[in-house]
Design a protein around this ligand. Structure first.
Ligand SMILES: Cc1cc2nc3c(=O)[nH]c(=O)nc-3n(C[C@H](O)[C@H](O)[C@H](O)COP(=O)(O)O)c2cc1C
Length: 253
């Protein structure tokens, strides 16, 4: 197993100060992140977990609507319950930090309103219109998704003649939007842990319904995945990196 030299805070600060887009360490970091399923019992300092979570929040979201939530589960009884809800996978039972990544689609409305207010004093008219009018019309599915269905039909018809923005406009589009966003943030989180010398395992093999109940999540919230983190233990890497040939996925057209 090749040793990875984690980026220190100092290096990060120096990079930020240089204000450059060149970052050769980035490729090393991406290579170094692998799913690790066994962790040592060394705790992760709280400030590191917080810093990594803050970096997760820097992930991009459509219209900057940030439809997500992270639950760093710390209460010992809840941690035990969560481990069982992660089907007692070793990545969960040995993790020193367990973070539940939640797709919270309902936040779009509140955030659109807040962004509208933020821009309403001095922002450009187009931005005010965007958050005040366009986003609410585009994203609201309406009762029983009826408005969403109407918009879909309208976009389908208009789309026969010209390119149209087709969503997110229905209830299911909103789910995709929220899960897509939390996915980007989860990747940020895992890379951040790796940069600090810790490893992670994303877990989708979980019982999201029970986790939702455990965390008393709200209506419409969906548990997207749980991330286990910790210091890599001997045998924590189950095998060599496996990827199918790039030609299968990358198309230059
Ligand atoms: C959405 C998602 C769900 C996953 N669920 C699990 C899981 O439940 N248990 C597990 O051990 N690994 C899980 N993984 C990790 C994958 O098995 C792993 O990413 C894949 O084999 C590629 O290996 P790498 O992450 O080391 O590159 C999951 C990964 C993703 C993205």
């Amino acid at each position: 197993m090749s040793e990875f030299n984690p980026l220190g805070v100092e290096v990060e600060a120096r990079q930020a100060a240089k204000d450059t887009f060149e970052s050769p360490e980035f490729a090393a970091l991406v290579h170094a992140r692998q799913s690790i399923r066994l962790f040592t019992d060394e705790p992760i300092p709280e400030e590191i977990v917080r810093e990594c979570l803050d970096l997760a929040l820097l992930a991009p979201t459509s219209s900057n609507l940030q439809p997500w939530a992270f639950y760093w589960v710390r209460d010992p009884a809840k941690v035990e319950a969560l481990r069982a809800m992660c089907l007692s996978q070793p990545a969960a039972t040995t993790a020193q930090a367990l973070i539940v990544c939640v797709a919270r689609k309902r936040l779009w409305r509140q955030h659109a309103r807040e962004l509208f207010e933020r821009f309403s004093e001095s922002g450009p008219e187009s931005v005010k219109k965007y958050y005040g009018t366009l986003i609410p019309i585009m994203m609201s599915p309406g009762p029983l998704n009826l408005f969403g269905a109407l918009k879909r039909a309208l976009f389908f018809t208009l789309g026969l003649f010209r390119p149209v923005p087709r969503g997110p406009s229905t209830a299911s589009d909103l789910r995709v939007f929220a899960h897509q966003s939390i996915g980007f943030a989860a990747q940020n989180l895992m890379l951040a842990f790796r940069a600090k010398g810790y490893d992670t395992c994303p877990m989708g093999g979980i019982d999201p319904t029970r986790i939702k109940r455990l965390l008393k999540l709200g209506y419409g919230d969906e548990v997207s995945l749980v991330i286990g983190a910790g210091r890599r233990a001997e045998g924590g890497l189950y095998g060599p990196r496996l990827r199918f040939p790039r030609e299968r996925f990358i198309h230059e057209v």
